[in-house]
Ligand binder design. Structure first.
Ligand SMILES: Nc1ncnc2c1ncn2[C@@H]1O[C@H](COP(=O)(O)OP(=O)(O)O)[C@@H](O)[C@H]1O
Ligand SMILES: [Mg+2]
Length: 253
């Protein structure tokens, strides 16, 4: 049997009309069940890469495949299986309440009321949002908003999650809430693709680390080995530096 990755990018480039080469020859194979961390500084191309993986944006060159099929053509099945949690959770909400918001996806899939209600209840439970089910999404805390975005994706039946900067603008409890969900989904065998510049928060859960810099994959491998090879120009900080005293806690080097 030949090995077929869940998602695959072959020689992907993305050039914007202003001439900006956001992605410049990206090759990436993502197998099912992997927890993949894609790290890179601001502007390295993470969000553009996410949009191409999720077939929300067409590449200028190269091929994006989902289960061996052109990602653009795989449209519907890709959309069902691959859920996206955008950096700006607010842009993702459509319901008046958390519950209504989660129900939107399954209802859109054409599922009946009973099945939709079951999925909503399960998604609320898994993300710990049952007590907040009647809250308007905008009144939730940052961590709860991000959990709500995950709940919406889970209710769609997605088994792959792409999360763009899942820790952005969250305080420590908010980060922990998101990490607990990532850990649980990993245990359940979900495929997780996490794009972030804050790799210290999720590094311990990653099976693999890819470094993106100026639109190119600069390194790809086991997290520890990739960090050993890290170059300063990538703009990614190795978080393994031990902190013992207050004086140690410096990002200045
Ligand atoms: N619509 C666009 N038009 C022009 N340039 C863009 C557009 N979207 C993104 N870019 C550029 O592409 C590069 C990568 O952006 P992005 O993927 O958002 O980076 P990251 O998510 O890693 O911070 C940046 O230089 C950014 O300015
Ligand atoms: Mg981004």
């Amino acid at each position: 049997m030949t090995f077929e990755p869940l998602l695959e990018l072959r020689g992907i480039t993305r050039v914007f009309p202003d001439g900006n080469r956001a992605l410049d020859g990206v090759d990436l194979e993502i197998p099912s069940g992997e927890c993949l961390l894609i790290a890179g500084s601001n502007g390295s191309g993470k969000t553009v890469l996410m949009r191409i993986l999720a077939a929300l944006m067409e590449p200028s060159g190269g091929t994006a495949l989902f289960r061996g099929r052109d990602a653009g053509e795989a449209g519907k099945s890709l959309r069902r299986e691959v859920g996206i949690v955008f950096q700006d959770a607010d842009s993702q909400f459509v319901g008046e309440t958390a519950e209504e918001d989660i129900a939107f996806g399954p209802a859109n899939l054409g599922l009946d009321k009973e099945e939709t209600a079951l999925r909503v209840a399960s998604a609320l439970e898994r993300t710990g949002l049952t007590p907040k089910r009647n809250f308007p999404p905008r009144r939730l805390s940052g961590g709860e908003k991000r959990r709500l975005a995950v709940a919406g994706v889970l209710a769609m039946g997605s088994t792959t999650l792409i999360m763009d900067e899942p820790f952005a603008n969250l305080d420590w409890p908010g980060v922990l809430q998101v990490l607990h969900i990532i850990r649980d989904l990993k245990k359940e065998g979900a495929t997780l693709i996490i794009l972030t510049h804050e790799l210290e928060k999720v590094l311990a859960l990653a099976d693999r680390l890819v470094i993106l810099h100026r639109g190119r994959v600069r390194d790809d491998g086991k997290p520890g080995e990739v960090l050993d090879r890290l170059r300063p120009e990538y703009g990614v900080r190795d978080p393994r530096r031990p902190y013992r005293t207050v004086e140690d806690c410096s990002w200045l080097g």
